[in-house]
Design a protein around this ligand. Structure first.
Ligand code: G3H
Ligand code: ZN
Length: 286
């Protein structure tokens, strides 16, 4: 069934595993992620950035595609459709109205008080509709869609500020920027685990780890033990699917039927997602 992230993440936190947010880019990503979740009996969060929603025909089209696939696959596991890095109150409301079951309001580029005010406004509307909300503090480096944060701008979240935002807004989960990066890492990631632990103890809300691509398993396990209940992955699925398309087209220069090269790409995404679900410990939890 389609659900919000709330119960999903509370049970993940209580039972020390992580639920993956896998980003949608097109139909094949959507199919692969839903198939992986059902096969693994894992809860799943479908992350939809504003750019991806636009590419796929708007928020309503995304919801229709997901609902259609869930019906034809006979999906039994909990699925959330989540707006990833929502840029404004208006975009969040638009997504909720279209049928999203969860939204992120990314006010991380605003000063603390403004971020709190904006997040609070989104929570008020979302909770009336049974929709969960994720907020962010600090700045996650790298690039996702049109959001580009260079090294100098990337900032670690401050625990006292996180506590204030969470208490005042009543968000369902929270993404503190602690050195993770969107896209590939330059060298080994250096995550602020001390702060992660402090924030988790202070606030008790499930934490979110953005930039899941390229984080070693030992760090994933550590993050989960410090209160992380949601891990976002996009780039890794893009890398494995693009590699597969290249391989198939290189080997078959006359191939023109998109089903013949996107089908194998879909398989590659599914395998990648299954691997993540096992690594995060969400397999068998639905
Ligand atoms: O919000 C989406 C994620 O944080 C994706 O990060 O592309 O580095 O895996 P990633
Ligand atoms: Zn992100």
């Amino acid at each position: 069934p389609l659900v919000s992230m709330k119960e999903m993440l509370e049970s993940a936190k209580a039972n020390s595993y992580g639920v993956g947010q896998f980003n949608l880019n097109n139909l094949e990503f959507t199919q692969a992620i839903l198939q992986a979740a059902e096969e693994e009996k894992s809860p799943v969060i479908l992350g939809v950035s504003e750019g991806a929603a636009k590419y796929m025909g708007g928020f309503k089209s995304v919801v229709s595609i997901v609902k259609g696939l869930m019906e034809s696959y006979g999906t039994t596991v909990p699925v959330a459709i989540h707006l990833d890095h929502g840029s404004s109150f208006e975009k969040c409301v638009e997504a909720i109205y279209a049928g999203f079951t969860s939204v992120m309001i990314d006010g991380s580029h605003h000063p603390l008080k403004e971020n709190i005010a904006l997040t609070k406004k989104v929570v008020e509307v979302a909770h009336l509709c049974g929709v969960s909300v994720e907020a962010e503090l600090g700045r996650i480096g790298g690039q996702e869609d049109d959001i580009i944060v260079d090294d100098a701008e990337a900032a670690y979240a401050i625990p006292e500020e996180c506590d204030e935002l969470i208490r005042e807004t009543n968000v369902d989960c929270f993404a503190p920027a602690l050195g993770s990066v969107h896209g590939p890492y330059k060298g080994e990631p250096n995550l602020g685990f001390d702060r992660m632990e402090t924030i988790s103890k202070m606030t008790d809300v499930p934490l979110v780890l953005h930039g899941g691509t390229g984080i070693p398993t030992k760090d994933i396990k550590k993050a989960i033990s410090f209160g992380t209940a949601k891990i976002n992955v996009n780039t890794e699925n893009q890398i494995t699917s693009a590699a597969k398309v290249r391989e198939v087209l290189d080997a078959n220069p006359d191939m023109i039927d998109p089903r013949k090269y996107l089908g194998p790409a879909r398989e590659a995404i599914k395998e990648t997602v299954i691997g993540k679900m096992r690594e995060f410990g969400s397999s068998g939890q639905a």
